[in-house]
Each structure stands twice: as structure tokens, then as C-alpha cells.
Design a protein around this ligand. Structure first.
Ligand code: BES
Ligand code: MN
Ligand code: ZN
Length: 494
């Protein structure tokens, strides 16, 4: 599927389906007017007849288009013209593109980007249209023996633009493609079963991303190297598993070497059984998604390299399984982390912070301008924020604010939780420097408080995506969040 930009008159465009907006009260959009005039008033006719009212996301397909060069017209409601905001525009565009994704058309012409929206310019609308297309056309069929009839035969969508906004539209399409593909990659990695998506599999995917990406290199460490680095906390998590761990480092160089990089650290637990502190059976299957932080990091690095952003970015992914066995870590084991601090492991199910603390210590080597870790870290975050916003914590108000507004702009929102010194009290250990769990109180904050001990003075933010990385129920599957948030942040940093 390819996106194109066209600047001609809507009524002249040859296409299998013209997607044409219409406002509530029957007011025609610019494209609708042009097609209506050339088509003998067919759009105003169906509108007057009351076949479409123009309510947000309402659809009506016209198949009898006479001599017009468009074979079909898909009318899509945008609600009242004066009130059109991004939210409504997005909903309408999603409903139209979802219908196109279900169709057998070979191409379509989208006339939605040129409509005025109060809180989105042409760049944003073009980018959103492309991201929405990726969202509605996503299918996960890798593990079905029969792929089925789900893939759309669509070859191209042309986005209508005025000559004046051509450049913004093009840029929006390019950014939207990179973000859309990164999100699809992260969804795939999350949805794959843990017997396929192992630490070695993640490393292989990282290698192939590095091979295709410009200015991108990869390094994969195995058990001997991880031991040599003395990552005692990471080793404690992997030691119960037969599947070997991997420590993946992706390095993108889009700016001079002296420019400090943004370093992203992603939790890569390819299956979290809890270890000896084993989880209940119900819903344990969802713990295949415990590598969604890692998937986010791989997706972001792929997109950054694809867009050749003029920044430096490093992705660090500690990947392993958390399983019980005769060699597994025992609750009460004490380990020495790469930083030298000792940790009393009171609960082997609090494994994310253990692999992350060593990854953070490693990440400090790159002298990050900003260090951001992304992790499905705590069930408590789900209790606090549900599946709407990701949790955000950190030691820098500036970085936190930048990430919050990036999430706002990308409709991939986060919410900041406090991280006062006082919370450190909850994870004191009588035997080691720190314990890996506190009590039931403030679970998301104590996890972040644990991580904060390893970041030093570096500007750091932690994104807890336990509630946002995947959906349950009928639309069960990875979401690719928070890739839109992070890409928005990085696109602004260039
Ligand atoms: N991967 C889980 C967190 C999680 C749970 C994410 C449910 C999404 C849904 C993490 O490793 C974990 O098990 N955390 C524990 C921490 C506790 C033992 C302090 C939790 O949240 O229960
Ligand atoms: Mn766990
Ligand atoms: Zn986990």
C-alpha cells in the first residue's frame, strides 16, 4: 500500500472510491461541492433525501456515480462544521478507512485532510490519516495456518491536498508511515507467542532492523558477556529459565558524535510467570506481553532510522524469561547489581525492575541527554490509571513535561505520578541496600523509586505501560503504545 498526494480537482480524479466528507445539516465539504457539481447534484440529492445526516463517522456508499471518474463515493459525516475538532475528525476518518480496509477496492482517494480542523494542521491530519490506515488495516495472521481473506488488495490511497500545503502533507505522510510501521512492528512482537518471541528472537529482529536502517548498528550480548558485566540482578531473573538471555543495544547516529543521545531502555521479559513467586493461572497468558517495552524500543529505533532524524538515539533491551525451576531465584536471595548496590529479592515477580536496573547502569555509559525507560512494570499502574493513560514518573520536571505534551499531541497520553524521596522508605531492606518490593501501598511509585536509585543525576523518565501496551477482550492484542508519544517527543527534538 502506497500513499500519494494529489492536488487536482476532486471531480476529475479517477479512483475506485472517493472518500468525501459531509457536514451535519447537509453542508457540503469543498470536495463534495466539486463532485456534486460535476455529478449532476447526486450528493446534495442524497443529503436532501435524508439518506445521510452528516453525523460524526456516519457512512453512506454511493455506487451509482454515472459518468464521474470515481466509481464509488463513500460519504462520511463530520458533524457540525463550526465544531469540527481533531477528535471527531479522527473518528470519522477511522470509520471511513476501516470500511475501505474491509473492501475489495484497488485504490481510494481521501478528501478529508483538506477540511479545516480547529486543533490539527495539514501536517497533523495527513500524518493521522496514515497512522489510522495502519491501525485499521492491521491483522495478526503470522500464527494461522491459513492466512485467510483478511488482507486488503488496496494498492494506493491518494490524499488530496492544496498546492499550498503540499509540503506539510508530504511530511505528514512520511512521519505517519514511519510511526504506523513501528506501531505494527510492536504489535506483532507483542502478539507473537512466547515460544516464538524469545530473547534470541528479539535479538534477531533487532539485527534485521539494524541491517535495513541507515546509520543504525546493533550489538547483542549473551550470557558470558552479561556475566562479565556483573549484571547480578538481570542474571537473577534469567537463571531459572532454559532459554538464554540477550542484552540488545541498538545505536542510531543521526547527529555528530559529540551530541549526547536520548537513551531508551525497554523491559524485555518474553514471558513473566512470576518465577517462584508464581502468578495465578487466570490471565497468565497475557504475560507474553511483558516485552512490550522492548518492542517499543525496537519500533522507535526503526522509525528514527527510517526518517533519518538528525539526533542520536540508543536503544537498550535486556531480554529474558521469568520462570520457576530448581535453578530459579528464591525469595530472600540477595544479589549484587552492576552498579554495586545489593538487592534483597523478596518477590521474584518484581523482576522488571531487576533487569531494568542493570540495563540503566549500562545505559549511563552513553552519557544520555535523557534516559527514558519503558516497561509493563506494575499491575498497580493499571489500578491507578486503567487502560487510558500510561504512568509517567521521573526526576526531571522538564523532561516529564515534554513527554506529557508529546503524549497529548499524539493522542497517546500519559499521567505523572509523584516520586518524593519519602517513598524510598517503603523499599528498605534490613539485609541489603534495598529490597525489590515494598508492601501493597503505592506499587507503581515504589517500583520507580527502586529504579531511581540507579539513574544518578541523569535526566530520567519512566513510562509504566502495564495498562496501555495491550488490549483485552474482543480486540485483544498489542497496541504499539507508547510509540506515538515517543516519536512525537523525538520529532520535536530534531
Ligand atoms: N509484568 C508484571 C506487571 C503487570 C501485571 C503488567 C499485570 C500488566 C498486568 C510485573 O512483572 C509484576 O509482576 N509486577 C508485580 C509487582 C509486585 C510483585 C510488587 C505486580 O504488579 O503484581
Ligand atoms: Mn512480574
Ligand atoms: Zn513482569
Amino acid at each position: 500500500m502506497q500513499f500519494q498526494v494529489t492536488t487536482g480537482s476532486p471531480s476529475q480524479q479517477r479512483t475506485a472510491c472517493a472518500i468525501v466528507p459531509i457536514y451535519a445539516g447537509g453542508e457540503l465539504s469543498a470536495a463534495a461541492k466539486s463532485i456534486d457539481a460535476a455529478g449532476g447534484g447526486l450528493i446534495s440529492r442524497v443529503s436532501k433525501n435524508g439518506d445521510i445526516k452528516g453525523e460524526p463517522a456516519e457512512l453512506l456508499l454511493l455506487t451509482d456515480t454515472g459518468k464521474l471518474p470515481c466509481q464509488r463515493i463513500l460519504l462520511v459525516g463530520l458533524g457540525p462544521k463550526a465544531k469540527l475538532d481533531r477528535r471527531t475528525w479522527r473518528k470519522a476518518t477511522r470509520s471511513a478507512l476501516a470500511a475501505i480496509a474491509r473492501s475489495k477496492y484497488s485504490d481510494a482517494a481521501l478528501h478529508l485532510v483538506s477540511e479545516a480542523v480547529s486543533d490539527a494542521d495539514n501536517y497533523r491530519k495527513a500524518r493521522l490519516a496514515v497512522e489510522i490506515w495502519h491501525e485499521v488495516s492491521y491483522r495478526f495472521t503470522a500464527m494461522k495456518s491459513e492466512p485467510g481473506d483478511h488482507t486488503s488488495p488496496l494498492k494506493s490511497i491518494s490524499i488530496a491536498s492544496s498546492a499550498r500545503t503540499l509540503r506539510q502533507t508530504r511530511q505528514g505522510i512520511a512521519d505517519g508511515e514511519a510511526v504506523g510501521r513501528a506501531v505494527a512492528l510492536a504489535k506483532d512482537l507483542g502478539n507473537l507467542p512466547p515460544n516464538v518471541c524469545t530473547p534470541s528472537y528479539l535479538a534477531d529482529r533487532a539485527r534485521s532492523i539494524a541491517r535495513k536502517g541507515k546509520k543504525l548498528t546493533v550489538k547483542v550480548l549473551g550470557l558470558p558477556e552479561i556475566r562479565k558485566l556483573r549484571m547480578g540482578a538481570f542474571l537473577a531473573v534469567t537463571q531459572g529459565a532454559a532459554e538464554p538471555p540477550r542484552f540488545i543495544v541498538l545505536q542510531y547516529r543521526g547527529a555528530p558524535a559529540a551530541t549526547k543521545p536520548v537513551v531508551l531502555v525497554g523491559k524485555g521479559i518474553t514471558f513473566d510467570s512470576g518465577g517462584l513467586s508464581i502468578k495465578p493461572a487466570g490471565g497468565m497468558d497475557e504475560m507474553k506481553y511483558d516485552m512490550c517495552g522492548a518492542a517499543t524500543v525496537l519500533g522507535v529505533l526503526q522509525a528514527v532510522a527510517e526518517l533519518e532524524l538528525p539526533i542520536n538515539v540508543v536503544g537498550v533491551v535486556p531480554a529474558c524469561e521469568n520462570l520457576p525451576s530448581g535453578t530459579a531465584t528464591r525469595p530472600s536471595d540477595i544479589v549484587r547489581t552492576m552498579s554495586g548496590q545489593t538487592v534483597e529479592i523478596l518477590n521474584t515477580d518484581a523482576e522488571g525492575r531487576l533487569i531494568l536496573c542493570d540495563a540503566i547502569t549500562y545505559a549511563l555509559r552513553f552519557k544520555p541527554s535523557a534516559l527514558i525507560d519503558i516497561a509493563t512494570l506494575t499491575g498497580a499502574c493499571l489500578i491507578a490509571l486503567g487502560r487510558v493513560r500510561s504512568g509517567l514518573l521521573g526526576n526531571s520536571d522538564k523532561l516529564a513535561d515534554q513527554l506529557l505534551s508529546a503524549g497529548q499531541a499524539a493522542d497517546d497520553r500519559a499521567w505523572r505520578l509523584p516520586l518524593d524521596e519519602d517513598y524510598a522508605e517503603l523499599i528498605k531492606s534490613p539485609f541489603a541496600d534495598v529490597a525489590n518490593v515494598g508492601g501493597r501501598d503505592a506499587g507503581t511509585i515504589t517500583a520507580a523509586s527502586f529504579l531511581s536509585r540507579f539513574v544518578g543525576k541523569t535526566d530520567w523518565a519512566h513510562l509504566d505501560i502495564a495498562g496501555t501496551a495491550w488490549n483485552q477482550g474482543s480486540n485483544k492484542g498489542g497496541t504499539g503504545r507508547p510509540i506515538p508519544l515517543l516519536m512525537e517527543f523525538l520529532l520535536h527534538r530534531k
